[in-house]
Write a protein that binds this ligand. Structure first.
Ligand code: SAH
Length: 354
């Protein structure tokens, strides 16, 4: 059986050609799958009946199963999705920011182990396939009625997209297809801790999403403690890669900076951040910590957050403070974790923390 959910349109067409079927049916199939949200070949009524039957016999169309959805008081909706192997991932719909945004996952769990992130405590269970990554957008677009309307996608759910590079980029190509959801990479933001080989590959891509860097610290010592991958890819090298990164006209790299009370939120940190970003097309998105049991940090007061933001703004660094959405349903940044998943070592450790 061939799983069509994992194929881009060129591959679907090649597959059809192999069956001796005209390639143009690939366009129709893509339309049904992505734009119409149809997963049953029998329902693809503009295909010849014989083709529908052959597809049903030779293909599957794996689609994440919507298991539960929870809506926050602010309208943010978290979706629990079940994959074919019964593992779970989460994806989030964040309405009216003013855009409509889907936040999707690229892995089950995450290997990066950032010390303030709940997903990081899970460890990595496995990579998602391109079909599973794109499938989240298919499912959410149809569950929210937004297929055919403009929406943004942020790769800010579970997982590190550049640690699952090929599947992530293939999913973006599948989602960009004009016959499908036609999601332009300009409406996609890829967020990364800075896996440098991935960042260098990304700089060469013809389909270029917006880039967000999870920076969180301004010295190697500090970043080593918060974002362990920094021990491998040092801050200077990360900043050098960002300076070289081909940013579109009028676009900027977003630097995400989680604020941890008394750890990385002092005026000195803010001034070092200004220096690091000197001369770059950058903007800073401050994320006051979303606290959770097992996370050994606290959220700074609004005064401290504002003071930090003020220092950046007064030195002409564009800065915004992320208003966390969906905190009441644990849908906010760093809070995606699947409790029923078999617990990885890191997670057991996290559970043992006071
Ligand atoms: N692995 C990628 C994609 C995840 S994006 C990355 O790290 O960029 C999720 C964002 O939420 C990251 O910037 C992450 O650092 C941030 N985050 C994680 N835990 C958080 C928490 N407890 N509070 C606020 N932000 C958090």
């Amino acid at each position: 059986m061939t799983d069509l959910s994992n194929l881009d349109r060129a591959e679907v067409e090649t597959f059809l050609a192999g069956l001796g079927v005209p390639r143009f049916h690939g366009r129709q199939i893509f339309h049904w799958i992505y734009r119409r949200g149809v997963t049953d070949f029998a329902a693809m009524t503009d295909l010849p009946r014989a083709l529908r039957e052959r597809l049903a016999a030779a293909c599957t169309l794996t689609t994440p199963r919507l298991e539960t959805r929870q809506t926050s008081t602010d309208g943010t909706t978290k979706f629990l999705l079940r994959l074919e192997d019964h593992r779970h991932i989460e994806a989030v719909y964040i309405p009216d920011t003013p855009a409509q945004t889907f936040c999707i996952s690229t892995q089950v769990g995450c290997a990066m182990a950032c010390t303030f992130c709940l997903t990081g405590k899970m460890g990595l269970t496995r990579h998602l396939t391109a079909g599973e990554i794109a499938g989240q957008v298919r499912v959410l677009a149809h569950a929210t009625g937004l297929a055919g309307q403009p929406f943004n996608v942020v790769l800010m759910g579970m997982g590190e997209p550049l640690h699952n590079y090929d599947a992530t980029m293939k999913a973006l190509r599948m989602l960009a297809d004009e016959q499908g959801l036609a999601l332009s990479p300009r409406h996609v933001t890829l967020s990364t801790v800075g896996v440098l080989p991935g960042l260098e590959r990304l700089a060469q891509e013809p389909l270029m999403p917006n880039l967000a860097i999870s920076l969180h610290a301004t010295t190697d010592a500090q970043r080593d403690a918060l974002v362990p991958v920094n021990r491998k890819y040092r801050l200077d090298d990360l900043m050098a890669a960002c300076r070289k990164f081909p940013v579109r006209k009028r676009a900027r790299i977003t630097f995400e900076y989680v604020l941890l009370d008394g750890v990385n939120d002092t005026p000195e940190d803010a001034r070092r951040l200004v220096k690091l970003l000197n001369g770059m097309k950058a903007k800073v998105n401050l994320l006051p910590l979303n606290e959770a049991p097992g996370i050994p940090f606290t959220r700074p007061s609004d005064e401290r957050v504002n003071a930090f933001a003020q220092i950046l703004a007064s030195r002409d660094v564009l800065v915004s403070v992320r208003k966390s959405r969906g905190r009441d349903i644990r849908a906010a940044c760093g809070q995606l974790i699947v409790e029923s998943e078999r617990r990885a070592a890191g997670q057991r450790l996290a559970a043992a923390l006071p």
